[in-house]
Design a protein around this ligand. Structure first.
Ligand code: HEM
Length: 485
């Protein structure tokens, strides 16, 4: 093997990487030691802002393969043919803690998927939960503040977590989910992924369908109890990263089967639940799961910083045949992600290898900015319209237009006939086995009993009572027992 030569950033060979240049053997360091200055200065700039949420994560490349014909519902090219494969990159994450946090904690998990399609990148930025805590994006910064570290104590505070939920009854469904068995996945491989929101598919005829995505793990769902998780965190804080990395290195490529629920657009207005409320599911009896394809992860990134930390997913990256729904939370997210990335990674983050289109080419009049590497060819014009055969619009919308009505102003989301904040939480509780119910009650009581204010505890108990009388009674008794201890 030939010996590689160590160089400076400008490519010049480095003579000594062990000793800095000094004025004599015992003297002070010389300013002319450019290698030392560059090395220290560069090191000072290694960190970039971490993601404001989902800071801690793991990623892997793979592919998506279509197994079932869905062309009646969407004209998306990458879903157009059984057997068709599209390269993907998936980033899993925890939500609340910072970059150095532990993996095996009770928290939702991110499931952010980039399809490098030949019609552009399609990003589906979901979680391992089919629902979410809130239904209006205006509450998101407050919600996240309540879950992350307190500005005074510097710790995640049960008081803040449960105070927000006490005043946000719409969170009861997701709280029930999070405190249940699936709240601490055994690994990223052993959990499902969900688009959570309702999206829109449009077929070649222009018909609109509303769609929910479900990625079911083929490894089986496995979870950790609170005690198992605490033990694991002590042994390996990066347990999910370790598991994913090693599984793929050993060729045990994890896979998920994608199913969708499809609702013809005309049925949305009269459905018993508001289909655009992300705190609700569509029961499978109403809209059954239909299989679409298989997602396989088969390659670890070569460099965690370059490919996982710099990965940027945006719910607004759609391709022809797929679009947003009127879900208010989703609408907020359509803005938030690329904006966060312009701050976190810079305006040209879409040109980084992990984010740039692979099967398509980005061709537009966006120019310049910090670290621009894409600038077209020598004679390309940087304005439009032009007379020089530059890229031009297609006049074909990616998804079908949807009708709107009503008055501008701040509104609560419309309630459909079966909508309230508690019914589906109660349904989820009643679906659980006796053992699962017992663990759920213990997990909730373990957190809620640490809250210092009685009125905050009472408000939370009222939500569990409203979801199911037995559920409320059992949580109340368990909290009381722990507080009397
Ligand atoms: C209005 C509500 C929400 C807002 C404003 C919001 C905002 C954000 C922001 C700013 C980031 C960091 C992006 C970056 O720096 O690259 C992020 C990350 C993320 N969010 Fe949300 N979020 C919301 C709700 C949700 C929901 C409902 C889900 C799941 C269904 C979700 C899933 C994720 C995931 C998976 C990531 C990490 C993406 C990655 O791996 O890079 N978020 N969110």
């Amino acid at each position: 093997m030939t010996q590689r030569v160590l160089t400076t950033e400008s490519g010049a060979p480095v003579a000594d990487n062990q000793n800095s240049a000094t004025a004599g053997a015992g003297g002070p360091i010389l300013l002319q030691d450019g290698h030392l200055l560059e090395k220290l200065a560069r090191f000072n700039r290694e960190r970039i802002p971490e993601r404001v949420v989902h800071a801690r994560g793991s990623g892997a490349y793979g592919y998506f393969e279509v197994t079932d014909d869905v062309t009646a519902f969407t004209r998306a090219g990458f879903l157009s043919e059984v057997g068709r494969r599209t390269e993907t990159f998936l980033r899993f994450s925890t939500v609340a803690d910072s970059l150095g946090g532990a993996d095996a904690v009770r928290d939702p998990r991110g499931f952010a998927l980039k399809f490098y399609t030949d019609e552009g990148n399609y990003d589906l930025v979901g979680n391992n939960t089919p629902v979410f805590f809130i239904k209006d994006p205006i509450k998101f910064p407050d919600f996240i503040h309540s879950q992350k570290r307190d500005p005074f104590t510097g710790r995640q505070e049960p008081d803040n977590v449960w105070d927000f939920w006490a005043n946000s009854p719409e969170a009861t469904h997701q709280v029930t989910w999070l405190m249940g068995d699936r709240g601490i996945p055994a690994s990223y491989r052993h959990m499902n992924g969900y688009g959570s929101h309702t999206y829109q598919w449009t077929n070649a005829e222009g018909d609109a369908y509303f769609v929910k995505y479900h990625f079911k793990t083929n490894q089986g769902v496995r979870s950790l109890s609170a005690d198992q998780a605490a033990e694991l965190v002590g042994k390996d804080g990066s347990s999910h990263q370790t598991d994913l990395l090693q599984a793929i290195e050993r060729g045990m490529n994890p896979s998920w089967t994608l199913y969708v629920q499809l609702m013809p657009a005309a049925e949305a207005a009269d459905y018993r639940f508001n289909p655009f409320d992300v705190t609700k599911v569509w029961p499978h009896a109403d809209y059954p799961l239909q299989r679409v394809g298989r997602l396989v992860l088969d390659r670890n990134p070569d460099n965690v910083f370059a490919e996982v930390e710099q990965a940027a997913f945006s719910p607004n990256n759609f391709v022809p045949g797929i679009g947003p729904s009127p879900d208010k939370m989703l609408q907020g997210r359509l803005f938030a992600y690329a904006d966060a990335q312009r701050y976190r990674l810079g305006i040209n983050h879409t040109q980084l290898p992990v984010n740039a289109p692979r099967a398509a080419t980005a061709d537009n009049y966006g120019r310049d900015g910090l670290h621009a590497t894409r600038y077209g060819s020598r004679h390309d014009k940087n304005y439009e319209p032009n007379s020089y055969a530059g890229p031009a619009q297609t006049d074909t919308a990616l998804s079908a237009p949807l009708p709107v009505q009503g008055w501008t102003g701040t509104h609560e989301a419309p309630a459909h006939t079966k909508d309230d904040d508690f019914f589906q939480a109660g349904e989820l509780y009643r679906l659980m086995s006796d053992d699962e119910k017992a663990r759920l009650i213990a997990n909730i009581a373990g957190g809620l009993s640490q809250v210092t204010r009685d009125d905050v505890i009472e408000k939370n108990l009222a939500h569990f009572h409203a979801a199911d009388a037995e559920y409320g009674k059992r949580v109340e008794e368990a909290v009381r027992a722990l507080r009397e201890d």
